[in-house]
Design a binder for this molecule. Structure first.
Ligand code: SAJ
Length: 439
Protein backbone atom coordinates (compact mmCIF):
# COMPACT_ATOMS: atom_id res chain seq x y z
CA UNK A 1 0.00 0.00 0.00
CA UNK A 2 1.57 3.30 -1.12
CA UNK A 3 1.79 6.24 1.24
CA UNK A 4 0.02 9.44 0.24
CA UNK A 5 3.43 10.94 -0.45
CA UNK A 6 4.38 8.10 -2.80
CA UNK A 7 1.01 8.30 -4.54
CA UNK A 8 1.41 12.05 -5.03
CA UNK A 9 4.94 11.60 -6.32
CA UNK A 10 3.59 9.24 -9.01
CA UNK A 11 0.84 11.70 -9.96
CA UNK A 12 3.30 14.58 -10.25
CA UNK A 13 5.70 12.43 -12.25
CA UNK A 14 3.06 11.17 -14.73
CA UNK A 15 1.27 14.55 -14.81
CA UNK A 16 -2.06 13.07 -13.72
CA UNK A 17 -2.05 15.39 -10.69
CA UNK A 18 -4.72 18.12 -10.83
CA UNK A 19 -3.29 21.57 -10.03
CA UNK A 20 -5.24 24.53 -8.64
CA UNK A 21 -3.76 28.03 -8.39
CA UNK A 22 -5.60 30.39 -6.02
CA UNK A 23 -5.19 33.93 -7.40
CA UNK A 24 -4.29 34.70 -11.03
CA UNK A 25 -2.24 37.86 -10.56
CA UNK A 26 1.37 38.67 -11.52
CA UNK A 27 2.48 35.59 -9.49
CA UNK A 28 -0.38 33.11 -9.98
CA UNK A 29 -0.87 33.46 -13.72
CA UNK A 30 2.78 32.85 -14.69
CA UNK A 31 2.86 29.88 -12.28
CA UNK A 32 -0.40 28.47 -13.70
CA UNK A 33 0.91 28.72 -17.27
CA UNK A 34 4.19 27.07 -16.24
CA UNK A 35 2.46 24.07 -14.65
CA UNK A 36 0.09 23.81 -17.64
CA UNK A 37 3.00 23.99 -20.11
CA UNK A 38 4.76 21.21 -18.21
CA UNK A 39 1.74 18.94 -18.81
CA UNK A 40 -0.52 19.34 -15.76
CA UNK A 41 -4.25 20.10 -15.91
CA UNK A 42 -4.42 23.49 -14.19
CA UNK A 43 -7.42 25.40 -12.87
CA UNK A 44 -6.95 28.98 -11.79
CA UNK A 45 -9.42 30.19 -9.15
CA UNK A 46 -9.73 33.96 -9.43
CA UNK A 47 -12.47 35.96 -7.61
CA UNK A 48 -12.49 38.80 -10.16
CA UNK A 49 -14.92 37.55 -12.82
CA UNK A 50 -13.60 39.84 -15.57
CA UNK A 51 -10.16 38.22 -15.16
CA UNK A 52 -11.71 34.72 -15.30
CA UNK A 53 -13.52 35.61 -18.52
CA UNK A 54 -10.40 37.20 -19.99
CA UNK A 55 -8.31 34.06 -19.35
CA UNK A 56 -10.99 31.74 -20.72
CA UNK A 57 -11.11 33.92 -23.86
CA UNK A 58 -7.36 33.43 -24.19
CA UNK A 59 -6.52 37.02 -23.25
CA UNK A 60 -3.73 37.87 -20.82
CA UNK A 61 -3.85 40.90 -18.51
CA UNK A 62 -0.38 40.28 -17.09
CA UNK A 63 2.44 42.10 -18.91
CA UNK A 64 4.84 39.15 -18.69
CA UNK A 65 2.44 36.55 -20.15
CA UNK A 66 1.48 36.85 -23.87
CA UNK A 67 -2.13 36.15 -24.81
CA UNK A 68 -0.98 33.65 -27.43
CA UNK A 69 0.37 31.44 -24.65
CA UNK A 70 -2.92 31.64 -22.70
CA UNK A 71 -4.96 30.94 -25.84
CA UNK A 72 -2.88 27.87 -26.66
CA UNK A 73 -3.23 26.44 -23.14
CA UNK A 74 -6.98 27.14 -23.02
CA UNK A 75 -7.49 25.47 -26.39
CA UNK A 76 -5.42 22.45 -25.34
CA UNK A 77 -7.59 22.15 -22.23
CA UNK A 78 -4.53 22.34 -19.97
CA UNK A 79 -5.60 25.65 -18.43
CA UNK A 80 -8.95 27.03 -17.36
CA UNK A 81 -10.11 29.74 -14.98
CA UNK A 82 -13.07 29.95 -12.63
CA UNK A 83 -14.28 31.97 -9.67
CA UNK A 84 -15.63 28.82 -8.03
CA UNK A 85 -13.49 27.43 -5.20
CA UNK A 86 -15.14 23.99 -5.53
CA UNK A 87 -12.46 23.27 -8.15
CA UNK A 88 -10.37 22.47 -5.05
CA UNK A 89 -12.39 19.26 -4.57
CA UNK A 90 -10.30 17.42 -7.17
CA UNK A 91 -7.01 19.23 -6.47
CA UNK A 92 -3.80 17.32 -5.73
CA UNK A 93 -1.48 20.37 -5.74
CA UNK A 94 -2.63 23.85 -4.64
CA UNK A 95 -0.59 27.08 -4.79
CA UNK A 96 -1.91 30.12 -2.91
CA UNK A 97 -0.89 33.29 -4.76
CA UNK A 98 -3.02 35.99 -3.18
CA UNK A 99 -2.06 39.55 -2.17
CA UNK A 100 -0.63 40.38 1.25
CA UNK A 101 -0.94 44.16 1.47
CA UNK A 102 -0.82 46.40 4.53
CA UNK A 103 -3.85 47.79 6.31
CA UNK A 104 -4.22 51.56 6.62
CA UNK A 105 -2.83 51.10 10.14
CA UNK A 106 0.39 49.70 8.66
CA UNK A 107 -0.34 46.21 10.04
CA UNK A 108 -0.28 43.10 7.83
CA UNK A 109 -3.52 42.37 6.00
CA UNK A 110 -3.90 38.58 5.85
CA UNK A 111 -7.55 38.75 4.76
CA UNK A 112 -6.87 37.28 1.30
CA UNK A 113 -4.87 34.40 2.81
CA UNK A 114 -7.65 33.73 5.33
CA UNK A 115 -10.34 33.57 2.64
CA UNK A 116 -8.24 31.18 0.55
CA UNK A 117 -7.47 29.01 3.59
CA UNK A 118 -11.11 28.89 4.72
CA UNK A 119 -12.13 27.73 1.24
CA UNK A 120 -9.30 25.18 1.21
CA UNK A 121 -10.46 23.85 4.60
CA UNK A 122 -13.83 23.02 3.00
CA UNK A 123 -12.28 20.88 0.29
CA UNK A 124 -9.06 19.53 1.85
CA UNK A 125 -8.68 15.78 1.42
CA UNK A 126 -5.96 13.14 1.97
CA UNK A 127 -3.24 13.31 -0.68
CA UNK A 128 -3.21 17.12 -1.13
CA UNK A 129 -0.11 19.39 -1.26
CA UNK A 130 -0.65 23.05 -0.40
CA UNK A 131 2.01 25.70 -1.03
CA UNK A 132 1.62 29.29 0.19
CA UNK A 133 3.47 31.76 -2.09
CA UNK A 134 2.23 35.07 -0.73
CA UNK A 135 4.92 37.03 1.10
CA UNK A 136 4.20 37.06 4.83
CA UNK A 137 5.80 37.08 8.27
CA UNK A 138 7.62 34.00 9.60
CA UNK A 139 5.15 31.61 11.25
CA UNK A 140 2.10 32.38 9.09
CA UNK A 141 2.05 28.95 7.41
CA UNK A 142 2.33 27.03 10.69
CA UNK A 143 0.37 29.33 12.99
CA UNK A 144 -2.44 30.50 10.69
CA UNK A 145 -2.90 28.02 7.84
CA UNK A 146 -2.16 24.71 9.62
CA UNK A 147 -4.77 25.04 12.42
CA UNK A 148 -7.46 26.15 9.95
CA UNK A 149 -6.72 23.24 7.62
CA UNK A 150 -6.81 20.62 10.40
CA UNK A 151 -9.48 21.93 12.80
CA UNK A 152 -12.31 20.04 11.04
CA UNK A 153 -10.47 17.60 8.84
CA UNK A 154 -8.29 15.97 11.54
CA UNK A 155 -5.87 15.15 8.72
CA UNK A 156 -2.26 14.51 9.75
CA UNK A 157 0.10 17.07 8.18
CA UNK A 158 3.17 15.41 6.66
CA UNK A 159 1.31 12.09 6.40
CA UNK A 160 -2.13 12.61 4.85
CA UNK A 161 -1.70 16.16 3.48
CA UNK A 162 1.34 18.36 2.97
CA UNK A 163 1.85 22.08 3.65
CA UNK A 164 4.79 24.30 2.63
CA UNK A 165 5.83 27.89 1.93
CA UNK A 166 7.60 29.00 -1.24
CA UNK A 167 8.32 32.71 -1.75
CA UNK A 168 7.41 34.23 -5.11
CA UNK A 169 10.36 35.91 -6.80
CA UNK A 170 8.58 37.45 -9.77
CA UNK A 171 10.13 40.69 -10.94
CA UNK A 172 7.44 42.29 -13.13
CA UNK A 173 8.78 43.35 -16.52
CA UNK A 174 12.03 41.37 -16.24
CA UNK A 175 12.74 38.97 -19.10
CA UNK A 176 16.06 37.39 -18.12
CA UNK A 177 14.83 35.94 -14.82
CA UNK A 178 11.39 34.33 -15.08
CA UNK A 179 9.21 32.08 -12.93
CA UNK A 180 10.81 29.13 -14.76
CA UNK A 181 14.50 29.86 -14.28
CA UNK A 182 14.55 31.80 -10.99
CA UNK A 183 15.61 29.41 -8.20
CA UNK A 184 12.61 28.56 -6.00
CA UNK A 185 13.04 28.20 -2.22
CA UNK A 186 10.58 25.74 -0.62
CA UNK A 187 10.20 24.91 3.07
CA UNK A 188 7.59 22.60 4.61
CA UNK A 189 5.86 22.14 7.95
CA UNK A 190 7.61 18.74 8.06
CA UNK A 191 10.47 17.19 6.10
CA UNK A 192 7.98 15.17 4.05
CA UNK A 193 6.15 18.41 3.21
CA UNK A 194 9.39 19.98 1.95
CA UNK A 195 10.15 16.85 -0.07
CA UNK A 196 6.84 16.44 -1.87
CA UNK A 197 6.34 20.16 -2.50
CA UNK A 198 9.88 20.37 -3.92
CA UNK A 199 9.26 17.27 -6.04
CA UNK A 200 6.05 18.82 -7.45
CA UNK A 201 7.61 22.22 -8.28
CA UNK A 202 10.71 20.50 -9.64
CA UNK A 203 8.54 19.02 -12.42
CA UNK A 204 7.96 22.51 -13.87
CA UNK A 205 10.67 24.87 -12.55
CA UNK A 206 14.37 24.76 -13.39
CA UNK A 207 15.79 24.92 -9.86
CA UNK A 208 14.16 24.14 -6.51
CA UNK A 209 15.94 24.97 -3.24
CA UNK A 210 14.47 22.94 -0.32
CA UNK A 211 15.01 24.44 3.15
CA UNK A 212 14.34 22.93 6.58
CA UNK A 213 11.05 24.64 7.43
CA UNK A 214 8.27 26.93 6.26
CA UNK A 215 9.64 29.61 8.58
CA UNK A 216 13.05 29.50 6.89
CA UNK A 217 11.41 29.98 3.50
CA UNK A 218 9.20 32.81 4.82
CA UNK A 219 12.21 34.54 6.38
CA UNK A 220 14.46 34.10 3.30
CA UNK A 221 11.99 36.12 1.25
CA UNK A 222 11.85 38.87 3.87
CA UNK A 223 15.65 39.00 3.99
CA UNK A 224 15.78 39.43 0.20
CA UNK A 225 13.35 42.32 0.11
CA UNK A 226 14.44 43.94 3.39
CA UNK A 227 17.99 43.94 2.04
CA UNK A 228 16.72 45.87 -0.96
CA UNK A 229 14.60 48.33 0.98
CA UNK A 230 17.39 49.17 3.45
CA UNK A 231 19.98 49.67 0.72
CA UNK A 232 17.63 51.93 -1.19
CA UNK A 233 17.07 53.86 2.04
CA UNK A 234 20.84 54.14 2.50
CA UNK A 235 21.40 55.50 -0.98
CA UNK A 236 18.51 57.93 -0.58
CA UNK A 237 20.14 59.23 2.58
CA UNK A 238 23.43 59.46 0.68
CA UNK A 239 21.62 61.73 -1.82
CA UNK A 240 20.43 63.96 1.03
CA UNK A 241 23.91 64.06 2.59
CA UNK A 242 25.60 64.82 -0.76
CA UNK A 243 23.12 67.64 -1.30
CA UNK A 244 24.14 69.13 2.05
CA UNK A 245 27.83 68.69 1.12
CA UNK A 246 27.34 70.13 -2.38
CA UNK A 247 28.50 66.83 -3.92
CA UNK A 248 27.19 64.93 -6.98
CA UNK A 249 25.70 61.73 -5.56
CA UNK A 250 25.34 60.20 -9.03
CA UNK A 251 29.05 60.54 -9.82
CA UNK A 252 29.88 59.15 -6.36
CA UNK A 253 27.60 56.14 -6.81
CA UNK A 254 29.09 55.40 -10.22
CA UNK A 255 32.59 55.68 -8.75
CA UNK A 256 31.73 53.32 -5.87
CA UNK A 257 30.16 50.88 -8.35
CA UNK A 258 33.51 50.43 -10.07
CA UNK A 259 34.50 48.30 -7.09
CA UNK A 260 34.29 44.77 -8.53
CA UNK A 261 33.54 43.10 -5.19
CA UNK A 262 31.91 43.82 -1.85
CA UNK A 263 29.59 46.48 -3.20
CA UNK A 264 26.14 46.46 -4.92
CA UNK A 265 24.81 49.49 -6.80
CA UNK A 266 21.53 51.08 -5.79
CA UNK A 267 20.37 54.50 -6.96
CA UNK A 268 18.44 57.25 -5.15
CA UNK A 269 14.93 58.06 -6.25
CA UNK A 270 11.73 59.92 -5.36
CA UNK A 271 10.66 57.17 -2.94
CA UNK A 272 9.90 53.47 -2.77
CA UNK A 273 7.08 52.03 -4.86
CA UNK A 274 5.61 48.66 -5.70
CA UNK A 275 3.71 46.09 -3.75
CA UNK A 276 6.78 44.21 -2.51
CA UNK A 277 9.73 46.28 -1.37
CA UNK A 278 7.99 48.99 0.68
CA UNK A 279 5.63 46.47 2.28
CA UNK A 280 7.33 43.13 2.88
CA UNK A 281 9.86 44.40 5.46
CA UNK A 282 7.02 45.89 7.51
CA UNK A 283 5.56 42.39 7.87
CA UNK A 284 8.83 41.42 9.53
CA UNK A 285 9.07 44.47 11.81
CA UNK A 286 5.42 43.99 12.82
CA UNK A 287 6.07 40.35 13.81
CA UNK A 288 9.17 41.29 15.82
CA UNK A 289 7.26 44.07 17.63
CA UNK A 290 4.91 41.35 18.89
CA UNK A 291 8.06 39.72 20.30
CA UNK A 292 9.15 42.97 21.95
CA UNK A 293 11.94 43.60 19.48
CA UNK A 294 12.31 46.77 17.38
CA UNK A 295 13.73 46.19 13.90
CA UNK A 296 15.54 49.53 13.84
CA UNK A 297 17.10 49.21 10.35
CA UNK A 298 13.69 48.59 8.81
CA UNK A 299 12.03 51.43 10.67
CA UNK A 300 14.77 53.92 9.80
CA UNK A 301 14.94 52.92 6.10
CA UNK A 302 11.17 53.10 5.88
CA UNK A 303 11.25 56.59 7.42
CA UNK A 304 13.85 57.82 4.91
CA UNK A 305 12.17 56.24 1.88
CA UNK A 306 8.78 57.62 2.93
CA UNK A 307 10.27 61.12 3.29
CA UNK A 308 11.66 61.21 -0.29
CA UNK A 309 8.47 62.51 -1.99
CA UNK A 310 8.52 65.51 0.36
CA UNK A 311 12.22 65.99 -0.39
CA UNK A 312 11.43 66.08 -4.13
CA UNK A 313 8.62 68.61 -3.66
CA UNK A 314 11.00 70.88 -1.74
CA UNK A 315 13.45 70.63 -4.68
CA UNK A 316 10.63 71.76 -7.00
CA UNK A 317 9.68 74.63 -4.69
CA UNK A 318 13.30 75.82 -4.31
CA UNK A 319 14.01 75.61 -8.06
CA UNK A 320 10.90 77.65 -8.94
CA UNK A 321 11.84 80.09 -6.21
CA UNK A 322 15.15 80.69 -7.98
CA UNK A 323 13.07 81.81 -10.98
CA UNK A 324 10.90 84.05 -8.77
CA UNK A 325 7.96 81.70 -9.35
CA UNK A 326 5.79 80.60 -6.46
CA UNK A 327 4.88 76.92 -6.49
CA UNK A 328 1.27 77.95 -6.12
CA UNK A 329 -0.22 78.37 -9.58
CA UNK A 330 2.89 77.08 -11.39
CA UNK A 331 2.30 74.53 -14.14
CA UNK A 332 4.05 71.29 -13.17
CA UNK A 333 4.38 68.26 -15.48
CA UNK A 334 5.14 64.92 -13.83
CA UNK A 335 6.89 62.59 -16.29
CA UNK A 336 6.47 58.90 -15.44
CA UNK A 337 4.15 57.81 -12.62
CA UNK A 338 4.45 53.96 -12.54
CA UNK A 339 6.34 52.59 -9.53
CA UNK A 340 9.35 51.73 -11.65
CA UNK A 341 10.40 52.05 -15.30
CA UNK A 342 8.61 50.13 -18.07
CA UNK A 343 5.82 48.65 -15.91
CA UNK A 344 2.11 49.53 -15.91
CA UNK A 345 1.70 49.28 -12.13
CA UNK A 346 1.24 52.34 -9.95
CA UNK A 347 0.77 50.66 -6.56
CA UNK A 348 2.58 52.54 -3.77
CA UNK A 349 4.27 54.69 -6.43
CA UNK A 350 5.98 57.80 -4.99
CA UNK A 351 4.38 59.76 -7.85
CA UNK A 352 1.08 59.49 -5.95
CA UNK A 353 2.58 61.23 -2.92
CA UNK A 354 4.41 63.83 -5.02
CA UNK A 355 1.23 64.74 -6.92
CA UNK A 356 -0.75 64.90 -3.68
CA UNK A 357 1.79 67.19 -2.02
CA UNK A 358 2.05 69.49 -5.07
CA UNK A 359 -1.74 69.71 -5.28
CA UNK A 360 -1.90 70.63 -1.59
CA UNK A 361 0.51 73.51 -2.32
CA UNK A 362 -1.69 74.78 -5.14
CA UNK A 363 0.39 73.72 -8.16
CA UNK A 364 -1.37 73.30 -11.51
CA UNK A 365 -0.57 69.65 -12.25
CA UNK A 366 -0.41 67.45 -15.32
CA UNK A 367 1.29 64.12 -15.81
CA UNK A 368 2.41 61.93 -18.68
CA UNK A 369 2.90 58.16 -18.54
CA UNK A 370 2.41 55.87 -21.54
CA UNK A 371 1.66 52.96 -19.20
CA UNK A 372 -0.77 54.73 -16.86
CA UNK A 373 -3.68 56.35 -18.80
CA UNK A 374 -5.49 57.57 -15.70
CA UNK A 375 -4.90 57.91 -11.96
CA UNK A 376 -7.56 58.10 -9.26
CA UNK A 377 -6.06 58.50 -5.81
CA UNK A 378 -7.36 60.00 -2.56
CA UNK A 379 -9.57 62.91 -3.64
CA UNK A 380 -8.15 63.50 -7.12
CA UNK A 381 -8.27 62.02 -10.62
CA UNK A 382 -5.92 62.90 -13.48
CA UNK A 383 -5.60 61.70 -17.07
CA UNK A 384 -2.21 61.28 -18.73
CA UNK A 385 -1.43 64.00 -21.29
CA UNK A 386 -1.37 62.70 -24.87
CA UNK A 387 1.19 65.16 -26.23
CA UNK A 388 4.25 65.18 -23.99
CA UNK A 389 6.12 67.76 -26.14
CA UNK A 390 3.36 70.33 -25.70
CA UNK A 391 3.17 69.48 -22.00
CA UNK A 392 6.92 70.01 -21.54
CA UNK A 393 6.86 73.32 -23.40
CA UNK A 394 3.93 74.65 -21.39
CA UNK A 395 5.26 73.61 -17.99
CA UNK A 396 7.02 75.93 -15.56
CA UNK A 397 8.72 72.83 -14.18
CA UNK A 398 9.01 69.22 -15.36
CA UNK A 399 9.61 66.51 -12.75
CA UNK A 400 11.01 63.20 -14.01
CA UNK A 401 9.66 60.72 -11.46
CA UNK A 402 9.82 57.43 -13.42
CA UNK A 403 12.41 57.05 -16.15
CA UNK A 404 10.62 54.84 -18.69
CA UNK A 405 13.03 53.76 -21.41
CA UNK A 406 10.62 54.95 -24.13
CA UNK A 407 11.07 58.66 -23.37
CA UNK A 408 13.04 61.01 -25.64
CA UNK A 409 15.12 62.59 -22.88
CA UNK A 410 17.09 64.79 -25.27
CA UNK A 411 13.82 66.22 -26.57
CA UNK A 412 12.59 66.83 -23.02
CA UNK A 413 15.83 68.60 -22.14
CA UNK A 414 15.65 70.80 -25.25
CA UNK A 415 12.04 71.88 -24.67
CA UNK A 416 11.86 72.35 -20.90
CA UNK A 417 12.49 75.54 -18.99
CA UNK A 418 13.18 73.73 -15.68
CA UNK A 419 13.61 70.01 -14.89
CA UNK A 420 13.80 68.19 -11.57
CA UNK A 421 15.44 64.89 -12.53
CA UNK A 422 14.86 62.45 -9.65
CA UNK A 423 16.34 59.48 -11.58
CA UNK A 424 19.38 60.99 -13.30
CA UNK A 425 17.52 60.10 -16.50
CA UNK A 426 19.29 62.93 -18.33
CA UNK A 427 22.73 61.73 -17.27
CA UNK A 428 25.65 64.11 -17.80
CA UNK A 429 23.60 66.33 -20.14
CA UNK A 430 21.50 67.10 -17.08
CA UNK A 431 24.51 67.52 -14.83
CA UNK A 432 25.93 70.31 -16.99
CA UNK A 433 22.68 72.16 -17.74
CA UNK A 434 21.64 75.00 -15.37
CA UNK A 435 17.96 74.27 -16.06
CA UNK A 436 18.29 70.80 -14.52
CA UNK A 437 18.20 70.02 -10.81
CA UNK A 438 19.09 66.44 -9.82
CA UNK A 439 18.47 64.64 -6.54
N1 SAJ B 1 14.32 51.64 -6.41
C1 SAJ B 1 15.16 52.71 -6.13
N2 SAJ B 1 16.51 52.53 -6.22
C2 SAJ B 1 17.04 51.31 -6.58
C3 SAJ B 1 16.17 50.23 -6.86
C4 SAJ B 1 14.82 50.42 -6.77
O1 SAJ B 1 14.70 53.80 -5.80
O2 SAJ B 1 18.27 51.21 -6.66
C5 SAJ B 1 12.88 51.83 -6.28
C6 SAJ B 1 12.14 51.58 -7.57
O3 SAJ B 1 12.03 52.77 -8.32
C7 SAJ B 1 10.78 51.11 -7.07
C8 SAJ B 1 11.11 50.38 -5.78
O4 SAJ B 1 12.40 50.86 -5.38
O5 SAJ B 1 9.94 52.20 -6.80
C9 SAJ B 1 11.12 48.88 -5.92
O6 SAJ B 1 11.97 48.61 -6.98
P1 SAJ B 1 12.49 47.10 -7.31
O7 SAJ B 1 13.54 47.18 -8.35
O8 SAJ B 1 12.82 46.40 -6.06
O9 SAJ B 1 11.23 46.47 -8.05
P2 SAJ B 1 10.12 45.53 -7.52
O10 SAJ B 1 9.31 46.10 -6.43
O11 SAJ B 1 9.42 45.02 -8.72
O12 SAJ B 1 10.98 44.40 -6.89
C10 SAJ B 1 10.98 43.16 -7.47
C11 SAJ B 1 11.07 42.32 -6.28
N3 SAJ B 1 10.51 41.04 -6.60
C12 SAJ B 1 9.76 40.46 -5.63
O13 SAJ B 1 9.58 40.95 -4.54
C13 SAJ B 1 9.19 39.18 -5.96
C14 SAJ B 1 12.48 42.17 -5.79
O14 SAJ B 1 12.60 41.01 -4.94
C15 SAJ B 1 13.45 42.04 -6.90
O15 SAJ B 1 14.76 41.96 -6.36
C16 SAJ B 1 13.32 43.24 -7.76
O16 SAJ B 1 12.03 43.08 -8.37
C17 SAJ B 1 14.40 43.31 -8.81
O17 SAJ B 1 15.42 42.59 -8.67
O18 SAJ B 1 14.25 44.12 -9.72
Amino acid sequence: MKTYQEDLQDKFQNRSAKIVILGLGYVGLPLATLFAESGFDVTGVEPVLSKVESINRGESYIQDIPSEKIKELIQSGKLKATNDFSALKEADGVSICVPTPLRKTGDPDLSFILVATDELAKYIHPGMVIVLESTTYPGTTREILLPKLTENSELEVGEEFFLAFSPERVDPGREDWTTYNTPKVIGGITAACSEIASFWYGQALETVVPVSSAESAEMAKLLENTFRMINIGLVNEMAIMCDRLGLDVWEIIDAAATKPFGYMKFTPGPGLGGHCIPIDPLYLSWKLKALNYTARFIDLASEINTEMPRYVVKKVQDALNEQQKPLKGSKILIIGTAYKPDVDDIRESPSLDIIGLLRQKGADLDYHDPYIPTISHDDWTLESLNDIDEGVQNADCVVIVTDHSTYDYEGILNNASLIIDTRNALGNAGRDDPRVVRL
